[in-house]
Design a binder for this molecule. Structure first.
Ligand SMILES: C[S@@+](CC[C@H](N)C(=O)[O-])C[C@H]1O[C@@H](n2cnc3c(N)ncnc32)[C@H](O)[C@@H]1O
Ligand code: SF4
Length: 363
């Protein structure tokens, strides 16, 4: 197995807070940003062992919310990594933040993939989300990204609002497709605890409608030549996210910044969710040394999120045991929950919607 690693860096600042979001984030605050970047550098200095890094993902929060001066500082910090063989460098942007100046900085610093939060163009959905943008504005900004040389663009899309039916969802997705993204991450709305949606007792679309919308999304994107490679992710040929594939293939990565998690040397760790603690230099919150069985379970649970599933030979090479000697593969194949094809075990595409139930039966 390759000993190259990935890096995730969390930037927890947002200019506005969306009604549905329970990611670890705070309102943008100049003083906090300044101190955060000082601590981030310290954390990387403490932990990073100079291994080769082949994927970097800057996520949030909203990394694109940083002012130019802080973006330049962030990229100076990133120079600490050994990136001679860097394959993919993703930067998350909020569509409202995109400007020529931002894109030029990203380009100059080696970013080669943008992940853009658009979520929807439906005015009612946007109202519930607490987000504001128009299709014309988004089109102009995506054109600018292309002009400046970004040829790998992901767009995030959320569906499952109670004001939404299949027809509305299809119209919304069609507009996203008009922007010609290379990759689409689709998210079925979750009403998370302690979000504004939950406080307002918001009811999402029911499960049956949700399943119908998911099926329709898969159908539409397949027709548009998107490869459905992970339960919620679709990519044009060759544009699958290399960094996210690292997670699903249970490969190693560092996580730096508030709330970030990482998986290095059989240890899974999560950083503190408290900005105060982080700014005081207390980075780590949870560390778990994994047993071989834990690693195997993770390999199976994450691998089955992939549409191509798990390669049996690869599993044997990693763990020196056959996958069907450890997990109840045979009964699950028999009742068509799983499918075995060309040495790969994967979830029956007609049952992706009940993936969690199947995983429970597996583990
Ligand atoms: C960290 S945010 C991405 C970028 C940027 N902060 C933005 O919103 O423009 C990651 C993505 O997770 C999705 N997401 C967040 N909370 C969600 C929820 N409660 N239900 C469904 N999707 C959610 C959204 O699509 C969001 O773009
Ligand atoms: S969805 Fe993105 S912009 Fe909205 S609050 Fe969450 S991280 Fe911030």
């Amino acid at each position: 197995m390759s000993n190259k690693k990935g890096v995730y860096i969390h930037i927890p600042f947002c200019q506005t807070i969306c009604s549905y979001c329970d990611f670890c984030k705070v309102f943008y605050n100049e003083r906090w940003v300044k101190n955060y970047l000082i601590r981030l550098k310290e954390e990387i200095d403490d932990i990073y062992m100079n291994e080769e890094i082949d994927t970097i993902y800057i996520g949030g929060g909203t990394p694109s919310a940083l002012r130019v001066k802080y973006l330049e500082q962030l990229f100076l910090i990133i120079k600490m990594f050994n990136t001679t063989n860097l394959k993919e460098f993703t930067f998350e942007c909020n569509i409202n933040d995109i400007s020529k100046e931002l894109l030029e900085i990203l380009k100059r610093n080696g970013v080669n993939r943008l992940s853009i939060g658009i979520q929807s163009f439906n005015s009612e959905k946007l109202k519930y989300m607490g987000r504001e943008h128009t299709f014309d504005m988004a089109r102009e900004k995506i054109n600018l990204c292309r002009k400046i040389g970004f040829s790998n663009i992901n767009i995030d899309f959320i569906y499952g609002f109670s004001c939404e039916d299949v027809k509305i969802m299809k119209k919304d997705l069609k507009k996203i497709l008009k922007l010609k993204p290379d990759h689409i991450s689709t998210y079925s709305l979750i009403v998370e605890d302690n979000t504004l949606l939950q406080i307002n007792n918001y009811k999402r679309a029911d499960d049956e409608l949700d399943a119908e919308m998911y099926e329709e999304i898969c159908h539409i994107l397949k027709k548009k030549n998107f490869n459905h490679y992970e339960i919620s992710n679709f990519a044009l040929k060759g544009k699958e996210s290399k960094h996210n594939l690292r997670y699903w293939k249970n490969q190693e990565y560092y996580g730096f910044g508030l709330s970030a998690s990482g998986y290095i040397d059989k240890i899974r760790y999560t950083n503190t969710l408290s900005l105060t603690k982080y700014l005081n230099g207390n980075f780590s919150s949870k560390k778990e040394i994994l047993s071989m069985r834990d690693i195997m379970d993770n390999h199976v649970m994450l691998g089955l999120r992939l549409i191509n599933g798990i390669n049996m030979e690869e599993f044997y090479k990693i763990f020196n045991v056959k996958i069907d000697d450890v997990y109840p593969i045979k009964p699950l194949l028999k009742n068509n929950d799983l499918i075995l094809k060309k040495g790969n075990i994967f979830i029956n595409p007609d049952k992706l919607y009940i993936m969690n139930e199947i995983l429970l039966k597996m583990i």
